[in-house]
Ligand binder design. Structure first.
Ligand SMILES: [Zn+2]
Ligand SMILES: [Zn+2]
Length: 143
């Protein structure tokens, strides 16, 4: 207006802004939700995970997993070779005495020749318990 004031009083202006915001809140919420599932947003997240920051977050767990996995594989190779060479003789299941489908279970991968002899049923049970004990951490259960 000529005197420098808007042609609405300031209270009316505030009310209009508030009303407008409320009307649009749902719209913006939906907009955000939709936007987060758009391909370029997903891509942005993937790119973030490749950045130093994103990498550092997953690096520790990955290294731990890799070390665990290498230990496990190395232990199995040594163990299987020892069986082939007859250096280790399979024994009955330590829990039920079954001689069928016997597995060598490693409690400690740094001792590849020290295994518990378990039938497949009890081997599974041991692993269930290992999983329960390590739940919530990123450690890999023994095989
Ligand atoms: Zn058994
Ligand atoms: Zn095992």
């Amino acid at each position: 207006m000529a005197d420098g004031h808007l042609n609405k009083c300031s209270e009316c202006c505030k009310r209009d802004v508030k009303k407008h915001r409320e009307e649009n809140l749902e719209y913006y919420k939906n907009y955000d939700r939709k936007r987060n599932s758009l391909p370029h947003r997903i891509e942005a997240r993937n790119i973030y995970q490749k950045t130093i920051q994103g990498k550092n977050a997953g690096r520790k767990a990955k290294i731990k997993w890799k070390m665990n996995n290498l230990d496990r594989r190395a232990a199995h190779v040594i163990f299987e070779n020892a069986i082939k060479k007859g250096q280790i003789i399979k024994k009955p299941c330590e829990i039920c005495g079954s001689v069928y489908r016997i597995h060598g279970h490693h409690d400690d991968y740094t001792k590849p020749l020290e295994v518990k002899w378990l039938c497949s049923k009890h081997h599974k049970e041991v692993h269930k318990n290992v999983k329960r004990q390590t739940r919530g951490s990123d450690s890999i259960p023994a095989v």
